[in-house]
Design a protein around this ligand. Structure first.
Ligand SMILES: [Fe+2]
Length: 232
């Protein structure tokens, strides 16, 4: 293994790791798409697959800028394939673990609605790994004054944030609600219940009103309602 003793070398190392990560995601996403029941989730995952393929190409562009063109294995004949994979030379073990965890979830006996929530959870863990890694790589590039490299990495980082935000929005607006059949009936998180100071207070605040306040009502209204209740 070559010695890494400069930030420039460390950046190259990070980029190889990301290249392996993107390759593993491209391999893993089709199974997630197949397992998803919700049409919107399926579409979001399919779109992310297309974006990920473009991100892998962008990484090749970045590596070319850094004079690292060999992460894409050349076709050297039959035996070359025994020692290299489509990921290149470096294998991202963190992503391998996240993909394994995601795949084991797909084997679980779950209702389609809960499976959709689990798929979003697994996909977001991967997104967060990527956000962290691209953020670090971009910071290195900026420190090294590699403006073009930093810009390309920023582009991907923006896409990763967008994908993460889209999954969060879908989870909160639809998927998590469908996965919880009692949603809307008893919507108080368990930690809030346990923090209730006394049974008396719980009695005064009707559960349905508390749920409405925390989820929908604007803060000003809930304050004035609370004051009005006190005055009474
Ligand atoms: Fe990605």
């Amino acid at each position: 293994m070559p010695t890494i003793d400069t930030l420039h070398e460390l950046l190259k190392h990070e980029l190889k790791d990301l290249y392996s990560a993107e390759t593993q995601i491209i391999d893993a996403l089709p199974d997630m798409v197949k397992a998803a029941a919700n049409a919107e989730l399926k579409k979001a995952l399919q779109q992310h697959l297309a974006v990920t393929k473009a991100q892998k190409k962008r990484l090749e562009q970045v590596q070319k800028l850094l004079g690292e063109e060999n992460t894409v294995p050349e076709k050297k004949g039959f035996f070359a394939n025994l020692f290299t994979s489509s990921e290149g030379e470096q294998h991202c073990k963190a992503l391998e673990g996240l993909v394994k965890e995601g795949n084991s979830l797909l084997q679980e006996d779950m209702s389609p609605e809960v499976m959709d929530a689990a798929i979003i959870a697994a996909t977001q863990k991967i997104e967060h790994y990527e956000i962290s890694s691209y953020g670090t790589a971009r910071a290195f590039a900026l420190q090294l004054q590699l403006k073009e490299v930093a810009n390309l990495l920023s582009e991907t980082l923006k896409e990763e944030y967008e994908a993460d935000d889209a999954l969060t929005a879908l989870a909160i607006s639809k998927i998590n609600l469908e996965a919880e059949p009692t949603a809307g009936k008893e919507n108080i998180p368990p930690e809030k219940k346990s923090k209730a100071p006394s049974p008396k207070v719980v009695k005064k605040a009707a559960p349905k009103k508390v749920a409405k306040k925390s989820n929908a009502a604007p803060p000003k209204k809930s304050v004035s309602k609370a004051k009005a209740a006190k005055r009474k």
